[in-house]
Design a protein around this ligand. Sequence first.
Ligand code: BDP
Length: 721
Amino acid sequence: MKRVVSDITKTAGIFILLFVPACLLAEDGYDLWLRYKIVNDAGRLAHYRQTVTGININAASPTLLAAKEELEKGLNGLLGKKLPEHNLLQNGSVMAVKAAASDIVSRVISKELLASSGKEGFIIRSAVVRNKRIIIITGNTDISVLYGVFHFLRILQTQQSLADLAIQSSPSLQLRLLNHWDNLDRHVERGYAGFSIWNWHTLPDYRDPRYKDYARANASVGINGVSLTNVNANAMVLTRPYLEKVAALAAIFRPYGIRVYLTARFSAPIEIGKLSTADPLNDSVQHWWSNKAKEIYSLIPDFGGFLVKANSEGQPGPQNYGRNHADGANLLADAVAPYQGIVMWRAFVYSQQSNDRFKQAYEEFKPLDGQFRKNVLVQVKNGPIDFQPREPFSPLFGAMEKTPLMMEFQLTQEYLGQGTHLVFEAPMFKEVLQADTYVKGKGATVAKVVDGSLYNHSLNGMAGVANIGNDINWTGHLFGQANWYTLGRLAWNYELSSEQIADEWIRQTFNNKAFLVSTVKKIMLSSHEAMVSYMTPLGLHHIMGNGHHYGPAPWSDNLPRPDWNPVYYHRADSAGIGFDRTSTGSNALAQYSAEVRHRYEDPGDCDEKYLLWFHHVSWKHIMKSGRTLWEELCYKYYSGVEQARLMQQQWNQLENDVDKERFEHLRMLLAIQVKEAIWWRNACLLYFQGFSKMPIPSAYEQPDKTLEYYKNLRFPYAPGN
Ligand code: BDP
């Protein structure tokens, strides 16, 4: 009987394989954007099969072996047939080689081009060598060859032409990192995709194949570093048994050009070192850290260094001993310096001393400019508060001439709808990178601070707080993958537009059908603005639920610290709403250059996206649209919901263009998103109406629940908290 069943299943399976178009076969999302499905356009497929006939790679190192494996996997899948190895070059050979290992490269590619490609840049070139038409993928190092291979496969996956390839690409930034906020018990702080992918219990002996797939995905977008552990750190990761586990991960990542970093708990010398102090100026403390660094490097010779959260939200730090952030950072920097390690010291700090949390990071860090060691970067969140749906750029960017500042974005959507909202973050990241600080006249963009060009820093980088967990599709929400993808692509080349990034991600993740590509692109490119409109329009910020940050709670005012409460941020009263950060208020605007200050200073001129970030504005204030502020607020909340509904309708048109599994996944999630957008809109407008005393215009559908109803909702088990 069993046999009969399995025969039937087999026959059915073959039937399905033969008669269901490849794009409709169920997919669980595990393969990310590296699916390598056979090219579904007959003309393109023919062109590829004619142009690419075999592979020529000498897998002389683990990285070149990885390049070879990837090229084989990719080309065999995309071309739908197994390609032979060409030990001798033939028409159609794809040759991937480190420049110095090949005479052919030096004949075809100029020294200058190679020199300008640096250590990681790659070159892809069509060439005729000994009368054979070949494609060369090369660079100065093995890792550059691997990056070139991934880019070459991207060209095929996005169905571009292979004629006359002449591509050269080098990264904009040196450190391109994911920051995992993963605890040793596998709980992920602010994680919405299951548990941590690091199975500390079974490491170092059990090497889950997923670790390698993770490394492949990162390398495919140029990510070259991973901080494995939560910034709210546990010193135990620095003990020998854990370092051995870390070393096992480092060994798997190494061929893919990825270094591991760890978060260092400042009090580790006390907790695991049996010292009585962690004072950075104490000899035994310094000695302890330098021994610890020695031990780490003996196990992981290419260990990247430390990421540190200190004197912030209860974490220990140098201030516990009357020292400052530079003293703390330099302690660790000196410990790793002999091994070329670095320290990323976070500027996310705030305490009760300031009259505005906005100002805290600047106030603590700006005076320390020039006091950090050469191997320290100060890692700054994109905005002054905390990963809100929209923030103006942090005034620290541009303010610290002598210190390299690293960008910290948050991929995981703690304040952006968490695991259920489709929000493509590229437009938000670009908005910050393109913002002009005017610290050296026009054109001093945040991007130029971050890439070091503004003040001539050679150390530079960008990090994204990871949105990855052990869910089968890695990110829980399938479109979370696009944000992971974006971090890598933007850190590699911040000139890429959001549209370009979306376009390539869609083609690789789904397929190249014109209708699908244009529809999904519309959804993605409108999603961030939609979310801002239904959550925090016109510059509102931090009005989420306490602790878990899930859903709206603008009424919340009972947490011990004033600046943990939404009421601190929106300041709604009978006169109006918003935080006055001009000279009549907290004067946070004074932290920006004169030009930026000038742009935001006057509520009549201020870009309305940021209005309530900087001004307490009367409910009757006339906006650029001619509506009053209250009417505009209603308009924004309502249009955000409409935009979410539109995204849902657009997706629903794709039933025949996406496999059922992923179609349904998105269909259900978008329904949740619409429901939650309505929740946000109703709860916020009903609450603010208590101050404005004005009606929600009757043309709009009216809230069907009371404010009390919304206030009474509780989510004790909201994830990620
Ligand atoms: C906040 C998160 C908190 C993090 C903190 C940080 O709510 O979980 O520990 O950022 O960045 O947004 O350190």
